[in-house]
Design a protein. Structure first.
Ligand SMILES: CC(C)(COP(=O)(O)OP(=O)(O)OC[C@H]1O[C@@H](n2cnc3c(N)ncnc32)[C@H](O)[C@@H]1OP(=O)(O)O)[C@@H](O)C(=O)NCCC(=O)NCCS
Length: 168
């Protein structure tokens, strides 16, 4: 898909460093004050360019949104980890760099991921978000998601509630 200066395409290994940059920037902006400092820093350190390169080499499916040749956001997707549900696909991560949020890029990436899953014959999808990530939860509800499940993740000594949203 191309609209003016905006395009969405499959990620390549050569994108690893730029995706890692989006990841770090967005994680710090989103999760500071939600995830404790130490586990947040450790998670960011683990997902540097080398880690992204390895994941892409191993076949991770990622779409990147480029704005004026700069990667402004990405989404990773695949088969759902929630077996036995009508939600065959899952968005593992959907991140738009803070400076580019609120101008339609997240919505475009979401729709492109849906189309990609459908093209692979995978019906329905789900996504998990931390409940304290109110912007993400409100976004997924706005995009028509229905809350279907809850769980918890451990970050250092803090347990954080997470919520699953789904689309048929
Ligand atoms: C959540 C996120 C992906 C949304 O992306 P975005 O580019 O800011 O959203 P868009 O501008 O594309 O918005 C798309 C639609 O959702 C709506 N929307 C966006 N954020 C919203 C919010 N917090 N509450 C309600 N609606 C929202 C927009 O109004 C727009 O509606 P429209 O299409 O009817 O006009 C982005 O804020 C982000 O990357 N956040 C940090 C990372 C994160 O939390 N990712 C999810 C982790 S699970």
């Amino acid at each position: 898909m191309t609209t003016g200066l905006i395009s969405i395409r499959k990620a390549k290994q050569a994108d690893a460093a730029n995706i890692a940059g989006v990841y770090e920037d967005t994680w710090r902006h989103t999760y500071q004050g939600i995830i404790p400092h130490l586990p947040l820093s450790q998670m960011i350190a683990r997902r540097g360019p080398g880690s992204w390169q390895r994941s892409l080499h191993r076949g991770m499916v990622a779409l990147v949104l480029e704005f004026d040749s700069e990667i402004a956001g990405y989404v990773t997707l695949g088969r759902s980890r929630m077996r036995g549900t009508p939600y065959g696909g899952e968005l593992f991560e959907l991140y738009v760099r803070p400076v580019f949020q609120g101008v339609g890029f997240g919505g475009r990436l979401f729709q492109a991921a849906r189309t990609e899953l459908e093209g692979r014959g995978i019906d329905g999808l789900c996504v998990w978000a931390l409940a304290d990530n109110e912007i993400a939860c409100a976004f997924y509800l706005h995009m028509g998601g229905r809350q279907i499940s809850e769980g918890a993740d451990q970050f250092g000594d803090r347990t954080l509630r997470k919520v699953a949203f789904a689309w048929r």
